[in-house]
Ligand binder design. Structure first.
Ligand SMILES: Cc1cc2nc3c(=O)[nH]c(=O)nc-3n(C[C@H](O)[C@H](O)[C@H](O)COP(=O)(O)OP(=O)(O)OC[C@H]3O[C@@H](n4cnc5c(N)ncnc54)[C@H](O)[C@@H]3O)c2cc1C
Length: 389
């Protein structure tokens, strides 16, 4: 018996009749079409072809972070790994590093299998000359790093000391190098993941924001900006979350990137991290890409605002002219921003859990999810596939 309702006497949802006969029922609804959501949806549909798998995405194009990042397939420079040990303890830092590295390996395999490009010049950590003590601290704590890598099951040559030449006068010649990092084209990866999701039969609905959900018996009901849906499972792959209601334990951070005009001389090849990853730069052909600096304006940049940040663009331009290419006057030809999801508790491990019957989430990747979203998405998919409730 269909529900009794009378538009003249009561509030009923503004949903066309044509969508009312089960078309908005699914077996799995993934919320968020970033790297994580696309991978989860594709895995579930591939493993259970009989399931109807739907993705709902708030933004009309792209994603909040996945199509707007800097494309570093990275797992943490020595400076960042030491702060991870200090902030989380050795065991938690090893678990995080191990999941990130699993993501790096899975991403490399994925790029190879799908013929996607990568730049394999490796990764480097470099230091401003005025912060030589940061470099000395790492050398002093090298034993801690070796222990971390061993606990994470990683090789002892994960990072090695390196001397650089022909560098900026504002950077030390001594730093660290890893052969395990690489650079990707995030948009190329994004397009490929989206195409794969559609080709296995996942349907993607853009411009639809999840507003509320209620889990009852064996189904979850969703209220969205485009009417109601119901499903057996919900996977929240919403990273920072566009609606605070689904961002418990998280706060947003706007990341800003700039890319210069083509440069005649370019001393940098590969990926570079400075100041524990607060700045990161890489060459894109003969251009320089620089991102970061958010820590300088932390309060103002704690926002879901999708516009670029004027103050950060100026800050990054000045960083290039003062530190990376001192004395050069460079033109910024591209500038864009994206939204990251950080933990209010300060942790860095993505929040990956079953929240209630039928409701799962995998969110909060901070500034390092390009590779990590692979391994985390695999874990979330396995949890849903093994759900016997
Ligand atoms: C500027 C910038 C540079 C970065 N650089 C790097 C880098 O070089 N290397 C690296 O490893 N990582 C980097 N990152 C981080 C990396 O991009 C992310 O960790 C990763 O893309 C997270 O993927 P995701 O799918 O979990 O989240 P997202 O890509 O953020 O996708 C989540 C999606 O959920 C949608 N959503 C949220 N709430 C709702 C709702 N209520 N209803 C419907 N949809 C919703 C959002 O619109 C969004 O599209 C960077 C991030 C930024 C912003």
């Amino acid at each position: 018996m269909p529900p009794q309702r009378d538009h003249a006497t009561s509030e009923v949802p503004n949903t066309p009749f044509w969508l009312s006969s089960g078309k908005r029922n699914a077996d799995v609804i993934v919320v968020g079409a970033g790297f994580t959501g696309l991978r989860v949806a594709t895995t579930l549909k591939t493993e259970r072809p009989e399931w109807k798998v739907v993705i709902l995405e708030a933004l009309s194009q792209g994603a909040a972070a996945s199509s707007r990042n800097a494309g570093f397939a990275c797992f943490g420079s020595p400076g960042e790994l030491i702060s991870d040990i200090d902030e989380m303890g050795l065991d938690a830092a090893a678990d995080l590093l191990s999941l990130r590295f699993e993501g790096i390996q899975a991403l490399q395999t994925d790029l190879d299998e799908h013929g996607l490009s990568s730049v394999t010049d490796g990764g480097n950590e470099v230091f401003e000359v005025d912060r030589q003590e940061d470099h000395e601290t790492i050398l002093f704590r090298w034993e801690d790093l070796l222990e971390l890598w061993e606990r994470a099951g990683l090789p002892s040559d994960l990072w090695l000391e390196q001397r650089f030449s022909g560098f900026s006068s504002q950077l030390l010649f001594s730093g660290f190098h890893t052969k395990y990092e690489f650079g990707i084209d995030p948009q190329e990866l994004y397009d490929s993941l989206e195409k794969r999701a559609v080709s296995v039969g996942v349907s993607i609905h853009r411009g639809v924001t999840l507003e509320d959900l209620h889990a009852r018996d064996s189904e979850v009901r969703l209220t969205t900006s485009d009417g109601s849906w119901k499903s057996k499972y919900i996977a929240l792959c919403t990273n920072a979350g566009r609606t605070p209601k689904f961002a418990e334990g998280l706060y947003p951070g706007r990341g800003q990137i700039v890319v210069t005009e083509p440069l005649k001389e370019h001393p940098f090849l590969g990926n570079y991290h400075v100041d524990r990853g607060y700045y990161y730069f890489r060459n894109i052909g003969d251009r320089l890409l620089l991102g970061g600096g958010r820590h300088v304006y932390k309060e103002e940049e704690t926002t879901r605002d999708l516009n670029t940040s004027r103050q950060l663009i100026e800050h990054l331009k000045s960083y290039i002219e003062r530190i990376l290419l001192p004395g050069k006057d460079v033109r910024i030809e591209y500038a864009w921003s994206g939204t990251m999801g950080f933990h209010t508790g300060g942790g860095k491990m993505p929040l990956l859990s079953k929240m209630q019957n039928g409701v799962y989430r995998c969110v909060g990747f901070g500034g390092m999810g390009v590779a990590l979203s692979n391994s985390a998405a695999m874990k979330l998919s396995t949890m849903i596939l093994n759900d016997r409730s």
